[in-house]
Every structure is written in C-alpha cells, then in structure tokens.
Write a new protein. Structure first.
Lengths: 572, 124
C-alpha cells in the first residue's frame, strides 16, 4: 500500500511537475506568439499610416496629367485637342553615378546645360523635372540609355491645329495646362478647374465643347484681313461676324495676332511696338464714326419723333460756341432721312438726334448695352467710354460716333439687333440652338423700325458709301454703313490717320448675319482709290461676303423685286 | 487517433501553403499582365491623341488653302462667281406638249437646204 501510495505520490509529483513545466512552456510559446503578432500588427498599422509622397514639386501627379476637353467648331472640326507627351523627370536619390548620367543624357538632349543638369541630379530628392513635353522618339532613346533613376510622366499638352487663325478666341494655356487667355481661361474659371479639383477630369476623356465659330468663315475672314494689311498698308485689322438669330459669333479675327501654340508670342513686338497683339474686337474701344448714325437714326425712328419721310435742314453747319460741325461730303441742302443716311450727313444726324432729345438718345444707348462691357465668354474685355450724361455738344458728336468709345463687338451686337426684326440676342462664343436663343432676346426697336433700318442699309449699298462693298457682294443683298473716324493722336484729331469701319448685314431680305470690319490707318490702294471706309473696310466686307455666303447656305439672287421690296423706290 | 489527426492537419496545412502561394503567384502574374495592358492602353491613347491631332490639322482650312493655292494654275481653279449659282426653280418647266409646228418648220427649212444653226454661226 505504502509502496503503491509512494509510487502514486511519485507518479503524482512527476505528473504535476511535468504538467507545470508544460504549462510554463505553453505560456512561453503563447507569449512569443503574441509578441510576434503584436510586431506584425504594429507593422501593419505603420504601413497603413505611411503616406506615400507621389507629388511632383508639390503638385499631385494626376493634376499634371489632367486633360482639358477638346474644343470643336460649330461643324465639329477640332480647334483644340490634347496630345499626350512624355516628360522626363529624375529621382536623384536613386541615381548611382551622376557623372555618367549627365554625359549620357547630354548625348540625347544636347541643349541641356551640363552644370545645371549636374546640380539637378545631385542630392537626395525624390523628384526633379529634367525636361517636359518631349517626343515619343526621344523618350525611346532615353530608355535605351538605361540610366537608373530616370523616368517619364505622360503629360497632356494642348495643341491648336488651326494655328493663328482663331488665336484670340482660343487664348492659350501654360505649361501646367491651365488656361491663361481666351476661351481656355473662361473654361477654367467656369467648370474645368472645378472638375479637375474633384478629380473627375483626370486622365479621362471629357465631353468636347462646341464653340459657335465656323472655321471656314474664320479662315476666310482671317485671309481677307491679312490681305487687307498689305493691300492698304494698314497697321491693324479686325472683324467679327455674328449670327443675328442666335447671337452666336461665327468668326472673330484680330490682326496682328499670335500663335496659341506658343502663347508667349502674344508679347512679341509688332513693327517695333509693344502690346499690339491684343483682341481689338473685345478689348479695343474706339470711336466708331458714322456707323453710329445707324444707331442714332434707329433710336429716333423708334421713338416716333422722327419718321422716314421727314426732312431736315442741312444747309448750314451746326454751331456750338466756337465749334462748327459740318459735313464731310457736304450737300448743304434740305435732306430727307434716307438722304442723310446715304450721304452720311453729320448735320442731318445731329438734327435727327435733337428731334429725338439727347436724354432719350442717351437712354437708347443704355438699352443697347453701350454702358458696360458686353457679357461675353472672353476674359479680355474693356469698359466702353460713354459719358453718364450727355451735354448738348457731347450728344451732337456722339450722334455721328465721336466722343464716345465702344468696342466693335458692341456695334456688331447692336446691328444684329437692328436687322433681326428689332430683337437683340446676347452674343456668345458657345454653340446655341435657336430654341435656347428664343428665350434670351430683348427687343430694342420695333419690327417697323427694323424694316426701315434694313432698307436704309440696303439703300446705302445700292446708292451710297457701301457701293464698293456691293460690287463684290453683288447678289447677296448686303447692306451697311461706313464709318471713317479720324484717330485721336496726342489729344487731338489727326488728319489723315483714320480708323475705318464697315458695319453690315446680309442677306437683308432675310437677315442672317451681321459683320463689323475695322481697318486701322489704311492708305490708298492705288492713286485712283480713296482712303474713306468704303474703299477699304467696305471692299473687305464685300470680299468676305462673296467668299462665305455660299458656305453659309445663302444663294445669290439678282432679281429686282427683292431690292424693290427692301428699298421702296419712294426713298431712293 | 491523434497521429492520424496530426497527419491530416500537416497535410492540410501543406496543401494550404501550396494553394496560398499558387494564388499569390497567379495574382502577381495577373497584376503584371494588367500593368502591361494598362501601359499599352496608355501608349496607344498617346498615339491616338497624336493621330487625332494630325487628322484635325490636315482637315483645317488653314492647311487645305495653301494646297489649293499651289494647284491653282494646273487645275485652273478660281473662286465661284455669284452668276455660277443656280437653283432648281430657275429651270424652265417642261413644255406641256412637243411644239410640232416649230419642228415641222425646222425640218422643212433643212429640206430646203437652210440650216438655222449654220446661219447663226455665220451671223456671228
């Protein structure tokens, strides 16, 4: 028993001590395992908390590769597209042999400065730009060099296939693909920047934006204005064409221009002068001369205080203190309203304005939006100079376009309203459907006045200063008004330096387009020709209409009935 | 009993090991393939954008106009004049019936040896 019990005690003790040992071992194993798992968990947390720095010079990588929507003209032809180009960067901390890298790189990119490159590649940085916007061929050659620590980012680069032709409309972008001028800047201000911010615009195709421009018309206008610069030895030329029914700008050209593919070229000197390449249609304000007479007469006819059949005494100049305003092509007799328009009589226009009343005349300008910059997509706009209140003499000079300065776009918008049955559409560079446009128009004159203005404009083409225009645009029922304004040089009107304007509409029996052409300081084409607007701005207008009217679906019609309906024989 | 259980567990863990590694490698393979395809797509997108730019450049009036100017002489190209446009409505209507009297007269005069067209040519 004792033995048994002793044995059992022994057995017991052995089991207990073995059990204790096992338990201790298990505890150690558990502790070790817990430790191991703690380490693993700790590392996991550490990895989770690590933020990988993927920025490029502090800018997120996908912002640099951000795309911009393509710009199309109204017929779907690309005016601006993104091309994807490789840009070379280096991670200096991964470069093993700086000297070798410098020598090898310069075999492919010899224009890189050796010292500059060595400084760039030395150091502990994770990212430095070496050269941006390369070609795929060069990318391939650099790959072949096999230098560690060099790599490429695919960047989007803006490309304007139309070159200079629509420069002022398109504007331009900087190297980070952000709009700096023109419609590009407008899009950034509006939504593209927001989309890029939200990450939507990154690395994916965006819906293309359709502009209102017609590239064919834009090309024709650009070509004709370029021709005008040499033909009339002018210092500048610009033009704008507007669809009167929708307010869409179909063409907008301003010369001298620049290449949007190289936006820096806007600052290049032009004939030894700086700052000449601005957009003269929107950010140039001018005294537009006699083209303003259409505005004055439209306002007067619409007020009901003047009728087409009225006559005004234009025998003597109008005196204001020591100034006398006289006519350029003086007739010095009693003139009817159509005659005042046809002969562009300053005296007659002043009398018409006075019959209307100067305050009502001023109010009419506000109605046409001549007080403020036009609400337009382009950021390059200038505030027009129109006095808040008209004195007698300011109202008199304003009636024939002197003493107030507006942009040619203002004039185009007003003329578009005059011929479009009196309904003025806000001008735009975005494609607009007739349904959308229908809700936007404001009535500026009555249908009756619109009809009368159209007949005056056509009359001027048949028998007035627009006849040289009509010679080229024969058959397209075009009509318009010339304006020859002496330019203000050093505070006074300079004889012989003119700003010539032609504001026109066509076809006037079914008004569709309005165009304003401005030629700055034109000279005689040949000794037989003149220097007034009909000889240059007018001829250019005629040539453009001749070129573009068939493209715009307007077919020529020579029938006398159309003109007889437009311009009743009674007013000829 | 325990031995068989152990053997089964060792087998299962070995199989698990093999399975997990196989999965890991296949995932890595697929990821590599995906990256390769993405690179290819990226490259092709780049090429496509260049081709699109080329295409739109070739379509520009600014590009086409100089070509027209270059071949002006050989192809005898001139801008269309207003007078060259016509419309369907400007065409005269088809005569209701053939003008038999005029035709008879023409045939008679031809029989008599007088060709009105020849006369017209001589008159000019």
């Amino acid at each position: 028993m004792a033995l048994i019990s002793e044995t059992s005690i022994l057995l017991d003790g052995g089991r207990v001590s073995r059990g204790n040992l096992t338990r201790a071992r298990i505890r150690w194993v558990i502790a070790a395992l817990v430790l191991v798992f703690l380490v693993v968990a700790g590392r996991l947390v550490e990895f989770g908390l690590t933020v990988r720095d993927s920025t490029i010079d502090g800018v997120a990588r996908d912002v640099i590769t951000a795309t911009r929507p393509a710009l199309l003209d109204r017929n779907g032809l690309e005016m601006a597209v993104d091309i994807r180009v490789p840009s070379l960067f280096a991670a200096p901390r991964d470069i093993v042999d700086v000297e070798e890298a410098v020598t090898k790189l310069r075999t492919v990119l010899p224009d890189l400065n050796e010292e500059w490159l060595r400084n760039k590649l030395t150091g502990d940085k994770g990212f430095v730009w070496i050269k941006r916007e390369l070609t795929p061929a060069i990318q391939e050659r650099i790959f072949q060099l096999g230098i560690p620590g060099l790599d490429f980012v695919t960047e989007s680069k803006r490309f304007y296939p139309s070159g200079r032709e629509a420069a002022h409309v398109l504007g331009g972008v900087n190297i980070d693909n952000q709009g700096t001028m023109g419609i590009e800047k407008h899009m950034d201000d509006e939504e593209v920047a927001l989309l890029q911010e939200l990450g939507i615009a990154r690395d994916q195709a965006l819906t293309p934006v359709s502009l209102s421009l017609d590239l064919r018309v834009q090309h024709a206008m650009h070509e004709q204005l370029t021709d005008a610069l040499t033909r009339y030895q002018a210092i500048a030329a610009s033009g704008v064409m507007v669809d009167v029914r929708t307010g869409e700008v179909v063409a907008l050209v301003s010369l001298p221009d620049y290449d949007p593919n190289d936006p820096g070229s806007i600052n290049a000197e032009y004939r030894g002068l700086k700052n000449q390449r601005f957009n003269r249609i929107t950010s140039g304000i001018y005294e537009l001369g006699s083209t303003m007479k259409t505005v004055t007469i439209a306002g007067a006819l619409d007020s009901g205080k003047v009728r087409m059949s009225d006559s005004f005494d234009a025998r003597f100049g109008v005196r204001f203190g020591r100034f006398t305003i006289d006519d350029f092509h003086g007739k010095h007799r009693i003139l009817s309203v159509p005659e005042i328009y046809k002969y562009s009589s300053n005296i007659g226009t002043i009398k018409i304005m006075q019959a209307m009343g100067k305050d009502e005349f001023r109010a009419f300008m506000t109605r046409l939006g001549f007080d403020k910059p036009i609400p337009f997509e382009l950021p390059e706009m200038r505030t027009p100079k129109v006095p808040e209140k008209f004195s007698e003499i300011v109202a008199a000079t304003a009636s024939f376009g002197h003493g107030i300065s507006i942009s040619p776009l203002h004039m185009a918008q007003a003329y578009a309203g005059f011929v479009n049955d009196g309904v003025m559409m806000p001008v735009t560079l975005m494609k607009r459907s007739p349904e959308e446009a229908a809700q936007l128009g404001t009535r500026i004159i009555s249908s009756q006045t619109s009809r009368e203005i159209r007949s005056l404009m056509r009359l001027n083409a048949l028998a007035g200063s627009g006849s040289r225009m009509n010679m080229y645009a024969n058959g397209y029922r075009a009509g318009g008004k010339t304006g020859t304004a002496e330019k203000v040089v050093k505070g006074r009107y300079a004889v012989g330096t003119n700003l010539n304007v032609f504001a026109s509409g066509f076809p006037l029996d079914d008004p569709q387009y309005v165009m304003v052409i401005v030629i700055d300081e034109p000279k005689r084409e040949n000794p037989q020709s003149g220097t007034t607007a009909g000889w240059n701005a007018g001829e250019v207008t005629g040539r453009i209409i001749q070129r573009v009217a068939p493209m715009l679906g307007i077919s020529p019609d020579f029938s006398q009935i159309l003109d007889d309906k437009l311009v009743p024989p009674a007013i000829r | 009993m325990i031995k068989t259980l152990n053997a089964i567990m060792v087998c299962t863990s070995l199989m698990g090991l093999v399975g997990v590694y196989a999965l890991k490698y296949s995932v890595e393979d697929i990821a590599g393939e995906k990256a390769a395809i993405e690179r290819k797509i990226n490259r092709q997108k780049g090429e496509l954008s260049l081709l699109l730019a080329d295409w739109s450049y070739l379509n520009q009036p600014a590009h086409v106009a100089p070509i027209v100017a270059r071949h002006k002489e050989t192809l005898n190209l001139v801008p269309t004049k207003q007078e060259q446009f016509g419309s369907i409505t400007a065409l005269p209507m088809r005569p209701a019936a053939p003008d038999t009297a005029a035709l008879d007269q023409l045939l008679n005069s031809l029989d008599a040896g007088i060709d009105p067209i020849e006369q017209l040519i001589e008159a000019n």
